[in-house]
Design a protein around this ligand. Structure first.
Ligand SMILES: *Cc1c(COP(=O)(O)O)cnc(C)c1O
Length: 447
């Protein structure tokens, strides 16, 4: 049974193939059905419906095969329908689908917490709570930090994305489409300036001084429970902070007994060539949030932090019906095993070594590419108006649409919608990456 599933998946050739107009007739028919019954607030980046996927290739309902440089927003880090993940989840599905950890606990939840304690940054005693989604991990991180400090204030950085629930909408920077018309928002959330080298030109020390001045003057350390920061911002446009910025911020948090929380929901789980991007910046957060890439597409998320902080909430204060579901937990255990046995941390560096030079070459050819940045398999280009820093979201929309027509899934990002982010699966081959770069080149040439 398990073998049948993986054999079928493995049958998808790792090649780009466009056999109909995009969208094809089956996608168009599904789109009609969708419009009748799916709330229109749920939008989709591509006009095609997915049918199957394996590795770095996604097949639509018309048989078109796309090189997937989005990986479901960095979820399919180890590749679509990874055979080990499929086998582990299938097996678990037959043995125990749900028990509810807060009624009758089970081993896989404990095992995931052990793996997180081992692989998150820092050599201190750690504990975890498992949840269903990234936003829920952010919410629980804040709950725990408040419980531990007895303070209410939550500071986040400009351009941050933390989710779509009420508290996390308050923590997210961008109004449209995430917040507009959905307020009022949770109180005691403060947006501090961060570090965005391409736009602010500040050194890490100067950007940190600016952030810290804001925290001290506008909030006051004694009212602040936590600072929540993405080591590399995801939706914000893969913004990599200037050298020293995160370390200075953490140092200030430690000195002021403020919990430093790294939202690694997009940047974690091997995406940047380390388990967590924090490691590139020499920081060991008090708390790390994990979701997207942790379970090969199954929904599970985690808050992992210093044991004394994690133990602050009273018994029964944390939980959730589906939180830490056994099938998703089994998949997560398989993902950790795959990262180790296939040496996937090194694959992120391989991807960077192809994508970054290729994007620098395109930036020379097309000067509207103003910045190339990122680490590992988390690389982005920021597109501007010729000769200025003014954002060029129209060019990004045209390039991503062209790429979709030509069999490459490209995702945009950024507060100004002018960033193209590449977050392919670590399973993508050099040849597929180079082929996708060729399509992106053609897309810029067509502008
Ligand atoms: C995706 C994301 C979230 C929210 O995760 P969901 O699972 O969509 O709730 C939070 N923070 C970051 C950095 C993310 O990329």
């Amino acid at each position: 049974m398990t073998d049948t599933i993986s054999t079928v998946s493995l049958a998808i050739a790792q090649e780009r193939k466009i056999v109909t107009a995009i969208p094809g007739p089956n996608s168009i028919a599904l789109q009609k059905r969708r419009e009748a019954v799916v709330a229109s607030g749920v939008a989709s980046a591509l006009p095609v419906f997915a049918e199957r996927a394996h590795g770095a290739i996604l097949v639509d309902v018309d048989g078109n095969q796309f090189i997937d440089l989005g990986a479901g927003i960095g979820v399919m880090t180890i590749g679509h329908t990874d055979a080990a993940v499929v086998a582990a989840a299938s097996q678990q599905l037959r043995e125990l689908t749900h028990a509810m950890f807060t009624i009758t606990p089970y081993e896989s939840y404990v095992r995931v917490a052990e793996l997180l304690a081992e692989h998150t940054p820092g050599d201190f005693a750690k504990k975890s709570v498992l949840l269903n989604s990234g936003a829920e991990a952010v919410e629980n991180g804040v709950k725990i930090a408040r419980s531990y400090t007895g303070r209410a204030g939550v500071a986040v950085l400009d351009h941050a994305y933390h989710g779509r629930t009420n508290l996390t909408m308050a923590m997210t920077f961008k109004a449209m489409p995430y917040k507009t018309s959905f307020g009022p928002f949770a109180p005691s959330v403060f947006h501090a300036p961060g570090s965005y080298p391409f736009r602010d030109g500040l050194s890490g020390a100067d950007a940190a001084a600016r952030t810290i001045t804001y925290l001290e003057k506008s909030i006051g350390a004694s009212d602040l429970a936590c600072v929540v920061a993405e080591p590399i911002q995801g939706e914000g446009g893969f913004v990599v902070p200037a050298d020293g910025y995160l370390a200075a911020l953490q140092e200030w948090c430690t000195a002021n007994e403020v919990v430093f929380i790294a939202d690694e929901i997009q940047s974690g789980m091997a995406r940047t060539g380390r388990y967590y991007a924090s490691e590139h910046f020499g920081v060991e957060p008090d708390m790390v949030l994990t979701a997207k890439g942790i379970a090969g597409g199954l929904p599970i998320a985690a808050v992992t932090g210093r044991a004394e902080i994690m133990d602050a909430p009273h018994k029964g204060g944390l939980g959730g019906t589906f939180a830490g579901n056994p099938v998703a937990a089994a998949a997560a255990i398989a993902v950790f095993a795959e990262i180790e046995s296939r040496g996937l941390l090194a694959e992120a560096a391989r991807i960077e070594s192809i994508l970054k030079p290729a994007m620098h070459a395109l930036a020379l050819k097309y000067p509207i590419i103003g910045d190339v940045r990122g680490i590992g398999a988390m690389i982005a280009i920021e597109v501007v108006q010729h000769g200025s820093l003014d954002p060029n979201p129209a060019a990004v929309a045209a390039v991503t649409a062209f790429a979709a027509q030509h069999g490459v899934i490209l995702l945009s990002a950024g507060t100004y919608g002018n960033v193209i982010r590449f977050l392919p699966s670590l399973a993508i081959s050099d040849d597929l990456l180079r082929e996708a770069v060729g399509v992106i080149d053609e897309a810029f040439a067509s502008l």
